[in-house]
Design a protein around this ligand. Structure first.
Ligand code: SF4
Length: 485
């Protein structure tokens, strides 16, 4: 009989096919990528920090599954907080974060999360723990979720008592417990039965992105209704009517203006182009042009003074500079020493290289502007420079977000990675680092792990290549836009 664990219970709430696959076809579950690995590690580190709030607590051995369960049984008599206690009963297994004893022979559950707010899935998580603990004979009094306070500002050593917020969720858990025994019974039947036939649904990315989407969504053809920009309910409505391709959407079906552009592009097989609006955008740019892009890390636990949880810290930028429209392209880059706080050095470097006039062209400027504002807030002597610099930022995403140009290859998206193949032969496919999340995770690895010099060198080279590609992509896209007008 397969064990129903907390992780599987949460998967089962999302989709029974996912639950079945986790037990019966593990090989088809993709390995976590670099950024997912970092999220797991962050969760572990945050969990360890939280245990420092219970100095009398005892860590239960995690190494061996049965050893953890047996040790938990023995340690219960000590009446001390237990970290990572594991219980197995009736083919159910739960290992929580912290169990805290009370004077009246009851225990409190404390579940630690690295997020900055309570989520519904956390309440389900604790409900399952409570069920297993009670089946094992414990009396549970209060249930808590301890998550990170995003208003915390580091000043010296981390102060766990200020970093965390402990929310009492006892009443919510009572509500979520209704029907849990039936749900558990149904899930056990799924685990031990045949693979369920489940169609795709909005549960595929709710509450989390299911790791099996590549398999389950694979049958959809190119140009399908889920490419509709802001498709939401409309895409599902079309799918439920068996209208799968955008080009098959009937005339009378109400679409937004941008979705209608997508439909026309699918029908004609040609890109949609609004030369006058593109020209207006290009005419608003001033030379010298600075094509600019940041890479950042945003650790859950602040690593430098003055930082808040999840604050974005830029560690790298790439800058292509063009003095005139046909002028030579100059490239400048910055990649911080991962052993140091990069903030002041990157500010200095930007001040040196971004000049005082001309447009700074970003892709999705709110990100670049937000990062500059946060940097300047930490280093007020750069305030004047920061406010002047921000005024010069313009956004190359605008013609694409406004659908002044749209090509079906973009799949309804105006992201740089989707626009680039629509206008050029360039792509990120052959790069070691293919997206910002992996760039950030790899840099973060260099900060927190003791890597070998050759590993550091490789990561730094890959980061340089990736970030350079981002701004070079902007150069090429603008060039292609010019050709269209
Ligand atoms: S992708 Fe969707 S249908 Fe497939 S297992 Fe995941 S949630 Fe279920």
């Amino acid at each position: 009989m397969a064990l129903l664990t907390k992780t599987k219970y949460l998967a089962g709430l999302q989709c029974s096919k996912l639950l079945w696959t986790l037990i019966n076809d593990k090989a088809s579950i993709p390995e976590p990528d670099e950024s997912q690995e970092l999220i797991f590690d962050t969760g572990t580190d945050v969990g360890v920090l939280a245990t420092s709030l219970y100095p009398e607590g005892i860590k239960v051995s995690e190494g061996n599954f049965m050893e953890n369960i047996n040790q938990t049984k023995t340690l219960l008599d000590k009446n001390k907080p237990l970290f990572e206690p594991g219980f197995m009963v009736d083919d159910l297994f739960s290992r929580g974060d912290i169990l805290v004893p009370n004077d009246n022979d009851t225990w409190d559950i404390v579940e630690v999360k690295s997020s900055t707010k309570l989520k519904e899935v956390n309440i389900h998580d604790v409900s399952f723990q409570k069920l297993v603990y009670e089946k094992a004979g414990l009396k549970i009094d209060k249930c808590y979720v301890m998550h990170i306070d995003k208003t915390y500002v580091r000043n010296g050593d981390i102060e766990p008592e200020k970093l965390f917020i402990k929310e009492d969720i006892t009443e919510q858990v009572k509500e979520f417990e209704v029907g849990i025994k039936e749900r558990v019974k149904d899930m056990k039947a799924v685990l031990n039965g045949k693979k369920p036939k489940i169609d795709i649904g909005n549960y595929c990315n709710n509450p989390t992105d299911c790791s099996l989407t590549d398999d389950c969504w694979d049958f959809l053809p190119k140009g399908n209704v889920f490419d509709l920009t802001r498709g939401g309910k409309r895409s599902w409505e079309l799918y439920s009517k068996n209208i799968i391709k955008i080009k098959d959407i009937p005339n009378e079906f109400k679409l937004s203006e941008k979705q209608e552009i997508q439909r026309q592009a699918a029908l004609t097989g040609k890109p949609h182009v609004e030369p006058a609006n593109i020209k207006k955008f290009i005419d608003g740019l001033n030379y010298p042009l600075y094509y600019f892009d940041f890479e950042t890390i945003n650790p859950a636990v602040p690593i430098f003074n003055g930082m808040s949880p999840y604050q974005k810290i830029p560690f790298q930028y790439s800058l292509h500079i063009q003095e005139t429209e046909d002028g030579e392209l100059k490239h400048v880059s910055f990649l911080a020493d991962h052993k140091k706080d990069p903030r002041e050095e990157i500010l200095k470097s930007m001040q040196e290289n971004l000049g005082t006039e001309g447009t700074i062209l970003a892709w999705n400027q709110s990100f670049e502007i937000g990062v500059i504002k946060e940097l300047v807030a930490n280093f007020p002597e750069y305030e004047e420079w920061g406010s002047q610099t921000i005024k010069r930022v313009d956004d190359l995403i605008i013609p694409f977000r406004q659908f002044n140009y749209y090509n079906s290859i973009q799949k309804g998206s105006a992201s740089l990675k989707n626009v680039l193949p629509a206008l050029t032969d360039l792509s990120y496919d052959n790069l070691e680092i293919g997206n910002g999340a992996d760039a950030s995770s790899l840099y973060h690895r260099m900060v927190i792990d003791e890597l070998q010099p050759f590993e550091v060198e490789k990561i730094r080279t890959d980061l340089e290549t990736y970030c350079t590609q981002d701004t070079y992509a902007e150069v090429v896209i603008l060039k292609e836009l010019r050709k269209l007008v």
